[in-house]
Design a protein around this ligand. Structure first.
Ligand SMILES: *Cc1c(COP(=O)(O)O)cnc(C)c1O
Length: 430
């Protein structure tokens, strides 16, 4: 496992994050434990800001809270003057419960329920990102009922799909999200919205994928969006935002080769600048809404090693006290991680071993064939880069209580989500 952020190995050979030794944290808070390196989160946010400030373009930096949402994370985002992208009533509730200002929140979702739309409207959030025609009707009905108006942004599918190292420019119209650009749906949606006096169209949105390594997909998509922006602007003088989505990749393993975040963001801005120059428009205000690239690398999960199993001539397994319940990403899409024995960081990793979770499910794996320092029962296993889409996807499968989450910064640890108890697991049962 590579050390990132404030991660160090202390004199006892123990992994230390944010100035806190993880064996102490494990003793205090138990395992599995998700540790967030707050300084690293702040650094990633600053990298985005530096890129925008370099070009001196107006922008809003939003945190895609679905990557990891809890009150403390919302407060941290507010502390850093970010905007917040929520995709459900639950995420909106979390943000408001953390006193995140509604004026810097907007809502996404491909099937926002009427309740969620009502909640968004009555909370006074900045805008709603409309995803489909049904939603336009549903929102207008609600606005009629409350005799009020709402700012909206249209989510457009520009036909560019940019997952990981590749991107595909056509044939990816087939998405459950947004108004399709090629078939003219996006233009049609603009026309429908402009005829609705209760809706103020303030921007256009795209999101072309996640864990993206190359800027090129963004460039192609930005060109298509700039053309739509230019057509739309003719009849709409309230149009002022271009939301480029999230999706920038992070380094999960040493096989992931990426430019520094600030450079990657500069690449996106440059692409947008060029695209709008091409259509003869001033650059609109840009929104980016990263999730993973803000929190993924800052998160480390600490597990306690329990059982071992050796299948002769096949594979060695160790099992840890968590699994797909706190990290379903391998089971879901084959995600690859790196790990170390956190209490013996100086020992040579000499054993190839696969790390299994404790759930009754063969797919419940955390790592296949990792190189580790002879793991023994009782050791602490650190899995790096678990800050995004881990806790937020956690479940109570097998009625496992979900882990605790701590924020560490400058030698201090703060429990931000307590570990669930068995009683919590039964708390909804009637
Ligand atoms: C998931 C998502 C994001 C965040 O994506 P990351 O890959 O975590 O940066 C941003 N915008 C939309 C619309 C999303 O669905």
């Amino acid at each position: 496992m590579e050390l990132n952020g404030t991660s160090r190995v202390n004199q006892k050979g123990v992994l230390e994050i944010g100035g806190c030794a993880v064996d102490d944290l494990a003793k205090t808070y138990g395992t599995p434990l998700i540790i967030y390196d707050v300084a690293q989160i702040r650094e990633r946010i600053q990298a985005y800001r530096n890129a925008f400030q370099f070009f001196q373009v107006p922008y809003a930096l939003a945190y895609a809270s679905k990557a990891f949402s809890c009150k403390a994370m919302c407060r941290l985002a507010d502390d850093e003057a970010m905007w917040l992208d929520v995709v459900s009533g639950g995420e909106l509730y979390t943000a408001l419960a953390a006193n995140f200002p509604a004026g810097r929140i907007y809502m996404h979702g491909n099937n926002k329920t009427s309740d969620e739309l009502e909640y968004a409207v009555s909370s006074g959030i900045h805008h709603i990102v409309i995803d489909n025609f049904d939603e336009i009707n549903r929102l207008v009905e609600i606005l009629d009922k409350h005799n009020t108006a709402m700012q909206i942004v249209l989510r457009v599918t520009p036909g560019v799909d940019a997952h990981t190292h590749e991107f595909i420019t056509t044939g990816t119209q087939d998405s459950k999200f947004g108004f399709d650009l090629f078939s003219g749906q996006a233009d049609q949606a603009v026309n429908v919205v402009l005829r609705q006096p209760r809706l103020t169209l303030i921007g256009l949105h795209m999101h072309i994928g996640s864990q993206i390594f190359e800027a090129e997909g963004f460039h192609v998509a930005s060109e298509r969006m700039a053309e739509l922006f230019s057509r739309t602007k003719v009849n709409c003088d309230t149009l002022e935002w271009f939301n480029m989505g999230g999706g920038l990749g992070i380094r999960y393993t040493k096989e992931d080769h990426l430019p520094p975040l600030e450079e990657a963001v500069k690449g996106l801005i440059e692409g947008a600048k060029r695209a709008f120059e091409r259509v003869g428009l001033a650059l609109p205000k840009l929104i980016v809404e990263p999730g993973r690239s803000i929190v993924a690398e800052a998160g480390t999960t600490i597990y306690r090693v329990g059982s071992r199993k050796s299948v002769p001539n096949v594979r060695d397994y160790i099992a840890i006290d968590g699994g797909m319940t706190d990290n379903p990403r391998l089971a879901l899409y084959g995600a690859v991680y790196e790990a170390s024995i956190a209490n013996r960081m100086l020992d040579e990793p000499t054993m190839t071993v696969s790390v299994a979770g404790k759930c009754c499910e063969s797919g419940d794996m955390i790592l296949w064939d990792a190189l580790l320092a002879q793991p023994q029962p009782g050791d602490l296993l650190a899995v790096s880069c678990t800050g995004a889409y881990n806790y937020s996807m956690a479940s109570n499968y097998n009625r496992l209580p979900r882990p605790a989450v701590v924020f560490v910064e400058r030698g201090e640890a703060r429990l931000v989500i307590r570990r669930e108890t068995y009683a919590d697991v039964c708390t909804l049962d009637l």
